[in-house]
Design a protein. Structure first.
Length: 325
């Protein structure tokens, strides 16, 4: 796909690099209270137990078509996060025509990771205040917290205070996103649980198998691989673009999360529509999807970081693991 001209954000990064300024490592975090929300804990425990049971049913009882169906809607829901909430709406990395926007909103609703507006707000806060107490899934608080723990306790006061500084007017101005937000508690159960349970019964699958495999197991799996971006991709891997920040490059996470694991690159160039320097389709399925959308004209104005800017960043800030250095 042909990239558009670089936007204002890249000029900011170039000015930083030209001045040879280094991004500072995350500040030491203060002592915190772990205010656990036990309702959430109970819900997630039962969901994960249900997912384990669903996987057992998949191995022992389910029809092959049910497993294929669960996989397909799992990938679709993942694209609703990666190509939709993340790259399109949160970072404005490309533009999309109405048919693609509708598809991505539907996919995003299947994912049940909250509405696009809510998801993008948390993610913009994460980028602006990454790995500080204002970051919803602050990696300084440990692997479990950044993976799932942040959803099991009340938010740190800094998240609410700093979150108010995030401009969300562009997303609130979108009638499609407003519609999803307004009717989310009707659309989400239908898209995430009811239809994925009903559809497999059309080819003779039992209601029990359909519910625990296509709904619960699929949902919990997509949740956990998405959470790996916040946990594993902030802990284990290389830092070729900036050695002073937590995010890392992880091919395993990239493979599992449809291309979102090149996180060190992404935090340096968040507007880049590929979220990675290398266009290796084996590790970036979202790029395949977006390339197809570009071919049919539904996606356009894809933004990318220039080769010169990337190499400047690698030279000035990287840990030396980049193949060209």
């Amino acid at each position: 796909m042909a990239p558009s001209q670089e936007m204002e954000t890249s000029l900011i990064y170039e000015s930083i690099l030209n001045k040879n300024e280094k991004l500072k490592p995350p500040r030491a975090s203060e002592k915190r209270e772990w205010d656990i929300v036990w309702r959430n804990v109970i819900i997630f425990v039962f969901l994960h137990l249900g997912a384990i049971y669903g996987f057992f049913l998949f191995l022992t009882q389910a029809k092959c078509a049910t497993g294929i169906f669960a996989f397909v809607i799992g990938v679709a829901s993942g694209l609703g996060i990666t190509a939709g909430a993340h790259r399109l709406w949160c970072h404005k990395a490309y533009k999309a025509k109405l048919p693609l926007r509708i598809i991505l909103v539907v996919f995003n609703t299947i994912a049940f990771q909250d509405s696009v507006i809510h998801w993008a707000r948390d993610h913009r806060v994460h980028h602006k205040f990454s790995d500080t107490d204002a970051d919803p899934h602050n990696a300084e608080r440990g692997f479990f917290f950044s993976h799932a723990g942040w959803l099991l306790m009340r938010k740190h006061p800094d998240i609410k205070a700093k979150g108010q500084s995030i401009d969300m007017s562009d997303l609130w101005a979108d009638p499609l996103l407003r519609f999803q937000k307004k009717y989310y508690m009707i659309l989400m159960p239908l898209a995430c649980f009811i239809l994925p349970t009903y559809i497999p019964t059309l080819w003779g699958e039992s209601l029990k198998n359909a519910f625990f495999i296509s709904a619960v197991c699929r949902y919990v799996y997509v949740l956990n691989v998405t959470w790996l971006i916040n946990s594993a991709a902030h802990k284990w891997g290389t830092k070729p673009y900036n050695k002073s920040i937590y995010p890392v490059e992880s091919k395993l996470v990239a493979f599992l999360v449809l291309g979102e694991g090149f996180h060190n690159f992404h935090h340096m160039f968040p507007w880049d529509s590929k979220t990675s320097e290398l266009g290796n389709y084996a590790f970036n399925f979202t790029n395949i999807f977006l390339d197809v959308m570009a071919k049919i004209g539904w996606g356009y104005d894809f933004r990318t970081a220039s080769r010169d800017l990337v190499l400047k960043t690698v030279k000035n800030l990287g840990d030396g693991s980049h193949p060209e250095f």
